[in-house]
Structures are given as C-alpha cells and as structure tokens.
Ligand binder design. Structure first.
Ligand code: CA
Length: 239
C-alpha cells in the first residue's frame, strides 16, 4: 500500500507525543495535520477530510469520546484512540462509540504504523465493491483461503468446526485490528447472543490448541485483555 496520499490528523494536547507521531508519520510519507484540542480537531476534520484520525482521549476542552460521537455523525473515517488509560472499559466504550482501534501509551513507531495500516486497509475494503475477490490471509506458515474456506498450517490442513472457522475468518479479514468480544460474537452467532463471552473463550481455546505451538503464548491470535482479540497482521500487508 502506498501511503503518500494519506492525510493523518493527530488530535493530542501533549506536545512531545504529538511531535513523536508527526515525525514518525512524515518519515513514512504520510501527510500530517495536528490539533491540540477537541474543537480544533473537529474543525480540521470537516475542513480537511483526513483519511485517518489519531485521537487522544484526555483533551483539555472535551472528552475524546464526545469527539468520536460527533465525528461519527457525519464520517466513517477511521479513528484510532491514543490512550494513556489502561482501563479496559474506556477502550471498549471508545470502540462501541465508533473508534476503529486503540493504541496505549507508551508505544513505538512500528506499532503505530501497523495500527494505521490495518485501519486504513479496513476502511478501503468497506468502500470497495463487496464482491471483490478476497485474497488468502497469510502469516508465518498459516494460510486461510476464504474461497475454499480452508485453513492450513505449514501446508497441513487444520480441521475447524463451522463456528471456529467463522471466528478465525472474521479475525483474519480484520487482521491487525482489535475486534471486541461483542463484535466477534454478533458476527458469528448473530446480534442477539447477549454479552456472556464464555462460549467465545471456549472456542478460542480450541482454535489455539489447533494452530498455536504454545497456546499460552499465541503467535497468531492475541488476547486484548478485557476487550477482545487481535489477529497478527497479514504478511501480504506488511511494507
Ligand atoms: Ca491528553
């Protein structure tokens, strides 16, 4: 993916963090605009139409979650929350309000770039023709062929139940992005499954036994504690 055309808006009042992100993004060919308050950010979003928004939750003039609510009234531009908060509920709230992903301070450049790539990729796919061919997901010997509904690891077929396949396919389609328990459950079991995620955790344990060398130290599907799961970024998408 070429990044030269993408404009990133950073809404962050801490100058050193904003500068760090600006520098990292500019040296990777993104165009960067910045705002230090929620109001200034909202005005730049309507005037500049950024391709992606990096949003600090703790802003001087308004709560970052109110920025998300306001933005979602008129645009689906991806929003990545930049949060110092470690409280999982804040992350889930931000995701439920329409944020696409989050990254917790402190973070490094590779992680920031990976999150941005995953969110841009996802939003581009949403815009494009849904009948578009989806190429296989590939990562460290794991290959998921969406057409054949087949998962292989180092060339060997992995037998998944219907439900296990749906979970893995959903995470692979959104690889690199965190998916909340509720998003996964409503995708796999439908919208009325309730919020008891035990059945999802049981299925995940079975999936991990089948694909992970060491299920307690997964290399393909990571746990985001209290939030959901994130599948390793597709190797085809790495720069
Ligand atoms: Ca702040």
């Amino acid at each position: 993916m070429t990044t030269s055309n993408y404009t990133v808006l950073i809404i962050e009042d801490e100058k050193n963090i904003s500068d760090f992100m600006s520098k990292a993004l500019k040296s990777n060919d993104y165009r960067v605009i910045t705002a230090v308050s929620g109001k200034a950010g909202l005005s730049l979003i309507s005037s500049q139409c950024p391709d992606i928004i990096l949003l600090d939750l703790g802003l001087p003039d308004m709560d970052g979650n109110d920025v998300i609510t306001s933005v979602r009234e008129w645009t689906s531009s991806p929003i990545i929350v930049i949060s110092a908060r470690t409280d999982e509920r804040d992350k889930v709230t931000a995701l439920d309000l329409g944020a696409d992903d989050y990254i917790t301070k402190p973070f490094g450049t590779p992680e920031l770039l990976a999150r941005i790539r995953a969110s841009l990729r996802h939003s581009n796919r949403m815009d494009s023709n849904s009948a578009l061919y989806i190429r296989p997901y590939q990562c460290q010997g794991l290959l998921l062929d969406f057409d054949k509904r087949m998962l292989t690891l180092n060339g060997e077929k992995i037998h998944l139940t219907q439900v296990e396949y749906k979970i893995v396919a959903f995470l692979a389609r959104n690889s690199g992005k965190v998916m909340t328990y509720s998003a996964i459950m409503s995708n796999v079991w439908g919208p009325f499954t309730g919020d008891n995620n035990r059945i999802l955790r049981v299925n995940m344990a079975n999936i991990r036994r089948k694909i992970e060398q060491n299920p307690s130290k997964p290399q393909f599907i990571f746990t985001e504690v209290g939030v959901g799961y994130r599948m390793h970024e597709d190797e085809n998408e790495l720069p």
